[in-house]
Design a protein around this ligand. Structure first.
Ligand SMILES: Nc1ncnc2c1ncn2[C@@H]1O[C@H](COP(=O)(O)OP(=O)(O)OP(=O)(O)O)[C@@H](O)[C@H]1O
Ligand SMILES: [Mg+2]
Length: 339
């Protein structure tokens, strides 16, 4: 049964600047369900962080024009007051970011910082808050949590620090966890461990997770739903299986072809040529057309709508579904799944 925690409808975040309007987010709709992880993927500058900073009310509304709806627990957060948002952040929505060093105060003990987060939202004693902080550190797999709670952030390794950030984000039992590139600063083995911790806690606590990453490979194993963003818009959306076994959009196909996979016969690395466009002068038609190896007549003039191609698997591309299947066979050299 679907249990939608967060529903974002046609979100737009535009920044007027001296050079023109930066359309950082330009028509994004998605849902995050309880017990599911939504993997949000796209190159640098595609609007991933701005989307979720806006969801959390962390965008300065004086410098941005924001429209659309952010429905969370029955209300539109775009209409919430700063006080309401402060309550929701941390308490109902936990967040973790790329660099735990900038999110933790270097001068305070790790346990005290987590306890402070509890005290800011709950009327409990300091002793209770400290005890809960230690439990939270234990929950994320930090050994000897009583001792670790008394240490300072610099005494933690990168991976342990990121575990502590997860503990802090989850200590108030939020329903939703937003993890923006939580593993980028870590080495590969530690990355996998952190993703495992998030995945395990998602199941154990039955929360929803939005996991933001540059890489489709990073979200592959731990996401149930996937949204691929390009130039401030979703260009492909679907379940993990839909997007991974049968990517539709040439950009998603490009992201997947640049990932070496042992379950595919050919391990060719075909990176996507070119770089993401300016969000002030977004290309006409399909924003991806200047980089698309399959572009044809309408692509540089008509913007393709995001359309459901069946079973909720949607993409925004003018190519026919048959043409996309042929491209997929050529690029990924894989068998079409038997329907
Ligand atoms: N206050 C602002 N004024 C103008 N442009 C902004 C502002 N904040 C963000 N942008 C622009 O919005 C675009 C989207 O930024 P965002 O941080 O969401 O990208 P991202 O997908 O998270 O990229 P990355 O993978 O590098 O984190 C970028 O081009 C950025 O320069
Ligand atoms: Mg970002």
């Amino acid at each position: 049964m679907s249990d939608v925690l967060l529903e974002v409808r046609d979100l737009r975040v535009h920044f007027p600047t001296a050079d023109g309007v930066v359309k950082a987010v330009d028509g994004v709709s998605f849902t995050v369900e309880r017990g599911h992880t939504l993997g949000v993927v796209g190159e640098s500058g595609s609007g991933k962080s701005i989307t979720f900073l806006t969801v959390m009310g962390l965008i300065n509304r004086k410098s941005a024009i924001v429209s659309g709806e952010v429905l969370f627990e029955g209300r539109n957060l775009l209409e919430a007051t700063n006080d309401e948002l402060r309550h929701i952040r941390g308490d109902r929505i936990g967040m973790i970011f790329q660099d735990p060093m900038t999110s933790m105060h270097p001068m305070y003990r790790v346990g005290d910082q987590i306890a402070e987060a509890i005290l800011a939202h709950r009327s409990v004693s300091k002793g209770d808050a400290r005890a809960r902080a230690v439990e939270a550190l234990r929950l994320v797999g930090i050994p000897a949590p009583e001792q670790r709670a008394r240490q300072y952030p610099h005494e933690f390794s990168g991976g342990m620090r990121q575990r502590a950030m997860i503990a802090m984000a989850l200590v108030l039992d939020p329903d939703l966890l937003i993890a923006d590139e939580p593993t980028t600063a870590l080495d590969v083995t530690v990355q996998a461990q952190i993703l495992e911790v998030i995945d395990e806690l998602k199941q154990r606590l039955n929360i929803g997770v939005a996991l933001i990453s540059h890489s489709l490979a990073t979200v592959a194993d731990v996401s149930q739903d996937v949204m691929v963003m390009y130039a401030g818009r979703p260009i492909e959306q679907g379940t993990r299986d839909q997007v991974f076994t049968a990517p539709l959009h040439p950009y998603a196909l490009g992201l997947l072809s640049s990932v070496p996979r042992v379950d595919r016969r050919v391990e060719r690395l075909v990176p996507i040529e070119g770089s993401p466009p300016s969000l002030i002068h977004v290309p006409s038609g399909c924003a991806f057309h200047p980089r698309c190896p399959y572009r044809f007549a309408p692509c540089d003039t008509e913007r393709p709508d995001l359309r459901d191609r069946g079973g909720g698997h949607a993409d925004a591309c003018h190519l026919s579904v048959d043409q996309k299947a042929a491209n997929r066979r050529e690029r990924l050299d894989m068998q079409e799944p038997v329907a």
